[in-house]
Structures are given as structure tokens and as C-alpha cells.
Design a binder for this molecule. Structure first.
Ligand SMILES: [Zn+2]
Length: 96
């Protein structure tokens, strides 16, 4: 018979078995990461291209949720995009 796992694969196979042993008795604990990641994603942002310097950046919404406020990372030109009725669903803007 041909052996299922030739000798060079023995270590690899042993590692797989060790992994199975860890996950078998109890379900693996939930990682702690998802919560902060979710919070981060909840904060809205838009993409803004600063034509002054040709740089694209993300601008996040302010604390009140009324305004996207940011600056060009290179020349610090301020930009504001108001959130409100009659606004746009666009997620990408250009700032002159
Ligand atoms: Zn600029």
C-alpha cells in the first residue's frame, strides 16, 4: 500500500491534528476585534480629491453628523460638505 502521508509530511500532518484538537472540545472563542472595527466603519466618510494638489483623501463626518469637514493634507486648504436634505448620495467629490 502507498502510505497516505509520506515521511516529509509528518510534521505538517501533526500540526493539522493539533489544530483539530484545539477546536474540537469547545467552539473557538470569538475574537475581540469585530466591535471596534464596527464602530470605525459606522463613521461615514466621503472621498475627496483635492485638485489643488491632486491628492485623494477620505474625509469623515463631524461629531454632529451634519458636515464633512477636512483639509487638503498638503496645502491645508479647508473643505466642507454639508449633509442634509437635497444633498447628494455621491461618495466622491472634487475640491477646487
Ligand atoms: Zn492642496
Amino acid at each position: 500500500m502507498i502510505p497516505l502521508f509520506p515521511l516529509p509530511h509528518f510534521v505538517y500532518n501533526k500540526n493539522i491534528m493539533a489544530l483539530n484538537l484545539i477546536s474540537d472540545p469547545t467552539p473557538p472563542p470569538k475574537p475581540m476585534e469585530p466591535e471596534p472595527a464596527e464602530k470605525k466603519e459606522q463613521r461615514k466618510f466621503i472621498g475627496v480629491k483635492f485638485n489643488c494638489c491632486g491628492i485623494y483623501v477620505r474625509i469623515y463626518i463631524n461629531k454632529e453628523g451634519t458636515l464633512y469637514e477636512g483639509r487638503c493634507p498638503q496645502c491645508f486648504r479647508p473643505v466642507k460638505f454639508k449633509v442634509g436634505e437635497g444633498g447628494t448620495d455621491h461618495r466622491f467629490f472634487e475640491a477646487d
